[in-house]
Ligand binder design. Structure first.
Ligand code: FEO
Length: 178
């Protein structure tokens, strides 16, 4: 039987993961409008992965006979779109979007860490083991965004560099978890 506090946090996390999918779809749409189809593809793949993350927690709650409460998913932050409205998506504008994605992942990491901390306090070893995957995944997600940010800072300021990065991101494919 899962602890009530943990059940609440896990229900909230389902919502945050689905919100993450919304956010990446919003980013993808911005890139698509600006013709950066590789960046758009990368973000669409990420959106699929976020839904998988939410579904993992959803199933964990079901498997443990815990109550699932699906909450309203917040609209993504349209400020990102407004910030680049009508402008060339290059230089600071592009870096701003990547920084926003990284900041979001750091926030998600803090939520995962908090859940882990609660499970640890409760000596809920089964949930700690379940959350281990998420801890690792967050490290990878932050890492890949940091790498993309650095690469874009170094090489994305001219058209040919940006074209190369965009082509690389076009190669990302979605691999379902299950
Ligand atoms: Fe599900 Fe991007 O963390």
């Amino acid at each position: 039987m899962l602890n009530k506090k943990l059940i609440t946090l896990m229900n909230e996390q389902i919502n945050k993961e689905f919100y993450s999918a919304y956010l990446y779809l919003d980013f993808a749409n911005i890139y698509e409008e600006k013709g950066l189809l590789g960046f758009a593809n990368w973000n669409k793949v990420q959106a699929h992965e976020e839904i998988d993350h939410g579904m993992l927690i959803y199933r964990y709650l079901q498997d443990n006979n815990a109550e699932i409460t699906l909450m309203t998913i917040e609209a993504p932050n349209v400020k990102h779109a407004e910030a680049i409205n009508g402008a060339d998506i290059k230089g600071e504008k592009l870096l701003g979007l990547l920084k926003a994605a990284l900041k979001h992942e750091e926030y998600i990491t803090s939520l995962i860490n908090n859940m882990y901390c609660v499970a640890q306090e409760l000596k809920d070893y089964k949930t700690m083991q379940f959350l281990d995957w998420f801890v690792k995944e967050q490290g990878e997600e932050e890492g890949s965004l940091q790498n993309l940010l650095i690469k874009t800072q170094l090489f994305g300021s001219d058209s040919s560099g940006l074209y190369t990065i965009d082509n690389e991101l076009a190669a990302r494919t979605y691999m379902p978890l299950q």
